[in-house]
Design a protein around this ligand. Structure first.
Ligand SMILES: Cc1cc2nc3c(=O)[nH]c(=O)nc-3n(C[C@H](O)[C@H](O)[C@H](O)COP(=O)(O)OP(=O)(O)OC[C@H]3O[C@@H](n4cnc5c(N)ncnc54)[C@H](O)[C@@H]3O)c2cc1C
Length: 464
């Protein structure tokens, strides 16, 4: 059993396995809960605090959930809970205004576009184009990508019918001949893959059609997802060791060395780290040129003295995607970048897209100040951030500390035809080693990594 790296059902044959799981982000905690639920002994080793990109920070006395702000494709989350036999404790609430107002150079576009709006008929036509994919997205997110699997083939068929032979998001959008404002707003969502529309798979041009009416957030904020995952894991006997940095991995022996020199021996290892970090811990080196990275960002979390007079979500796309793409690939700061603004009472989050160069870009930096000024002027709230009681900034240097080189949020940029469901599948790179998380099941944020955890659990059980 150890030779194949597959799990016996706990209590049968070899009995429960001891599993060392590296990385306590969402992916690591989700898979730990699933494996703990099978009766295995799981220890999570986390170099910092649990949560990874999703953590709680306190700013000016207010609690913020960092990282993900939009919860999409909730069917994946429900499939995860169903495997644990749990009901949903998150109380997911639809976000007012869906994906928000997009301030394009051609005019303002709310997504979804409501009836009566001049762009509504173009929006309806666009949503209809995505219809062949709509019933299949959650299947694609939770099914091992094997062409031998009839369900995967059927779901991929829906994707190919909707993308109609186009490889890139840019190619797909151009072919639709949509009004410029709507096309610009849709292009923005290629950034869900961490890439400009010319580099993102066509699938990402369909994302607004699939999610705009169904964007959620837990009633008590995104931090509730972290609390829930920790509770689900610990209730299944998972030990979460925070401040336990793994500095060496011996895959043959399934042994980990922690900072300080302690060696921990297991039957199996699971890495929920970025694959490049894991490679370094195994003594391998992997090149990662800036031009081949997904984007990073600067997240500003501000406690305002009073609620901001803003809708829940505002989106300022780059004025010109060609300039934006060139800057990201060169590791340069674009003249105007994608900015997402989330307002929730006195809580304000401004997320600025930046190249993955591990820079320490804080509020005093001239580029950050210029981007904030652009946002405030466009939204008609000059001086809003300066009025904050307190601001915390998480720059690319922060994301680089525990993630992919440069702080690339979605890891390596894959060739366009591999960025969708036909992505590489390094789930099981060595007999006693499995991998999960953003860099293994790329793109799509929370749905992709929760779906990836379900896939890896299934493969570990030998049910590929
Ligand atoms: C600003 C921002 C906005 C986002 N918005 C959205 C959104 O709206 N919707 C959405 O769905 N997704 C969003 N995402 C993406 C989502 O947050 C990520 O996909 C997800 O949190 C990644 O989880 P992970 O577990 O794969 O990786 P990580 O969160 O990176 O977890 C990896 C963990 O491994 C730990 N680690 C690293 N090295 C070691 C070591 N040597 N030893 C032990 N531990 C180690 C790290 O400390 C970290 O905790 C956003 C991300 C960011 C940054």
């Amino acid at each position: 059993m150890k030779g194949s790296g597959q799990l016996p059902a706990a209590g049968r044959q070899a009995g429960p396995q001891s599993i060392g799981l590296l990385g306590g982000g969402v992916a690591g905690l989700a898979l730990a809960a699933l494996l703990g639920g099978l009766g295995h002994g799981v220890t999570v080793y986390e170099r910092d605090r649990a949560g990874g990109k999703l953590r709680r920070v306190t700013v000016g006395g207010l609690s913020f959930g960092t990282g993900p702000s939009l919860f999409t494709f909730p069917g994946v989350w429900r499939a995860f809970l169903a495997q644990l036999g749990e009901v949903d404790p998150l109380d997911l609430r639809p976000l007012p205004g869906g994906l928000g107002i997009h301030y394009t150079p051609f005019g303002e576009v709310p997504l979804p576009v409501p009836p009566g709006h001049p762009l509504h008929s173009a929006w309806s036509r666009y949503v209809a184009s995505a219809a062949p994919l709509a019933p299949w997205v959650e299947t694609l997110l939770t099914t091992p990508p094997r062409l031998t699997d009839p369900l995967f083939r059927q779901a991929s068929g829906g994707l190919f019918r909707a993308t109609r032979g186009h490889l890139t998001a840019e190619g797909w959008v151009r072919a639709q001949r949509l009004p410029p404002a709507l096309a610009h707003a849709i292009r923005t969502h290629a950034l869900n893959a961490g890439l400009a529309p010319e580099d993102a798979p066509a699938l990402y041009a369909l994302i607004p059609a699939l999610v705009a009416e169904k964007v959620y957030r837990p009633a008590s904020g995104m931090g509730a997802l972290l609390g829930t995952l920790l509770a689900l894991a610990t209730a299944r006997g998972v030990q979460v060791r925070e401040g336990a940095e793994v500095v060496r991995v011996d895959v043959e022996r399934a042994a980990l060395t922690l900072r300080g020199g302690k060696v921990c021996q297991h039957d199996l290892l699971v890495s929920a780290l970025d694959p490049v970090r894991l490679a370094a811990l195994r003594g391998h080196s992997v090149r990662s040129p800036v031009s081949c990275r997904t984007v990073s960002g600067v997240a500003l979390y501000a406690a305002l003295p009073a609620p901001a007079p803003l809708p829940a979500t505002s989106v300022l796309p780059p004025t010109d995607f060609t300039t934006f793409r060139a800057a990201m690939r060169a590791g340069a700061l674009p003249p105007d970048t994608l900015a997402l603004v989330h307002a929730d009472g006195p809580r304000l989050a401004v997320l600025l897209t930046a190249p993955a160069t591990a820079r320490n870009l804080g509020p005093p930096h001239s580029w950050v100040r210029a981007q904030v000024r652009r946002v405030e002027e466009r939204l008609g709230v000059p001086g809003l951030l300066a009025s904050a009681r307190d601001v915390v900034a998480l720059p690319p240097a922060y994301y680089a500390a525990g993630g992919y080189p440069g702080g690339a949020i979605y890891g390596a940029a894959l060739p366009v035809w591999r960025g969708g469901p036909l992505h590489p599948q390094p789930y099981h790179p060595a007999p006693r080693l499995w991998q999960v998380g953003t860099g293994v099941h790329p793109g799509g944020g929370l749905p992709a990594i929760l779906g990836g955890a379900l896939i890896v659990k299934r493969l570990m059980q030998g049910r590929g």
